[in-house]
Design a protein. Structure first.
Length: 322
């Protein structure tokens, strides 16, 4: 398998690098000061930079499926990976290009599962950079690395669903520009384990939604988009806000098409022993079956062979990086 990005991707990277070096790097201290001292998460210069990136069509590059009518430049995940590598150097830089988590996966989810009317109302402003969104899955009372444990509920009630539960660590959930949440909840408790949950769009300005304080991790709160606690208390949402139907394998389909290339030492089936050289492997995620399970192809550098294995996602990334 050829994992070389295209020549076009390198041309885009050159343009992004120019903006990165001229306009982003020199403002990094200013951004940190603005966020930490003044509590200003979107200083005026950020909007200026976003306008510049948009005018150069360096916009929405992480979205793989843009249509002709949508603003921006679609890139494949492979091509975008070299841009992401550069942007990863400065925590707020992907925002300049409208390529920030969690808006990108939320855009893809809406693109695939929202009605045309909902796309106009919720997706278009995200693509245009006029608002932000958040993904509300993790809960204080559930081991949320396995989405099957999520206990917050989505219950039918006439033409609506009642959404109820406590979420935390919701990136950007308390940001003043955040207009809606994609809420993951238990909708079909009696179904098979991997078909019990659904995702529904909850507008922030709905009765029963309360945004709490910021959640720190390792004593640190990301200044540009703190993760927040959010209480959903008997929130009433129209049925058409459900994305992709009830209890379908949304976890699988809502995941961005993505691939991870991960060199590992040693290979999982060959623990390193003293005196042996670890064999370099490259892991390419080829298929996502469920939220928590993926197929990977393993390319063995020395043995020039490939094999295919299926792992639990959390365990895979943990064990492979050891
Ligand atoms: C900066 C930041 C931003 C975040 N942003 C978001 C967001 O936008 N939206 C959102 O929904 N969530 C968000 N999260 C939460 C994140 O998705 C969860 O922290 C993550 O999924 C792990 O879930 P948990 O914290 O409940 O840990 P747990 O699931 O309790 O896991 C804790 C540890 O136990 C291990 N473990 C769990 N179950 C098992 C098992 N059965 N067997 C063996 N080991 C196990 C895990 O591997 C892990 O090491 C964010 C977190 C951080 C730190």
């Amino acid at each position: 398998m050829d994992l070389t990005p295209s020549p076009e991707a390198y041309a885009v990277l050159d343009q992004v690098r120019q903006l990165f070096e001229q306009d982003i790097l020199p403002r990094n201290r200013e951004m940190i000061r603005s966020a930490k001292q003044d509590g200003e998460l979107d200083p005026p210069f950020l909007d200026e930079l976003r306008a510049k990136a948009k005018s150069l069509n360096l916009w929405n590059m992480a979205h793989t499926d843009l249509t002709e009518r949508q603003a921006g430049l679609s890139m494949s995940n492979l091509d975008y990976s070299i841009v992401a590598e550069l942007l990863g150097r400065v925590f707020w830089s992907s925002k300049v290009f409208n390529c920030q988590w969690p808006d990108v996966p939320n855009m893809v989810a809406l693109q695939r599962y929202a009605t045309e009317e909902k796309k106009e109302k919720w997706l278009k402003p995200l693509l245009d950079g006029d608002c932000q969104s958040a993904f509300a899955m993790t809960e204080p009372g559930a081991a949320s690395s396995d989405a099957k444990n999520i206990a917050a509920t989505i219950t039918p009630d006439g033409d609506n669903y009642i959404v109820d539960g406590q979420k935390w660590y919701i990136t950007g959930g308390g940001h003043e520009r955040c207009r809606f949440y994609l809420f993951l909840g238990l909708s079909n408790p009696d179904a098979a384990q991997n078909r019990r949950h659904s995702v529904i769009l909850v507008p922030r300005e709905t009765t029963g939604v309360t945004v709490g304080g910021a959640n720190a991790f390792f004593g640190y709160s990301e200044p540009n988009g703190p993760a927040s606690e959010i209480k959903f208390d008997q929130v009433r949402v129209p049925k058409e806000n459900l994305l992709g139907g009830l209890g379908v394998r949304l976890q699988n389909r809502l995941t961005l098409r993505w691939s991870v290339v991960l060199p590992i030492h040693p290979p999982p089936e060959q623990p390193a022993t003293k005196g042996t050289q670890p064999v370099k492997h490259v892991i390419h995620v080829s298929e996502i079956h469920e939220f928590n399970e993926i197929s990977v192809k393993i390319f063995h550098e020395k043995e020039s062979m490939t094999s295919r294995r299926t792992f639990g996602l959390t365990n895979t990334l943990d064990s492979l990086s050891h």
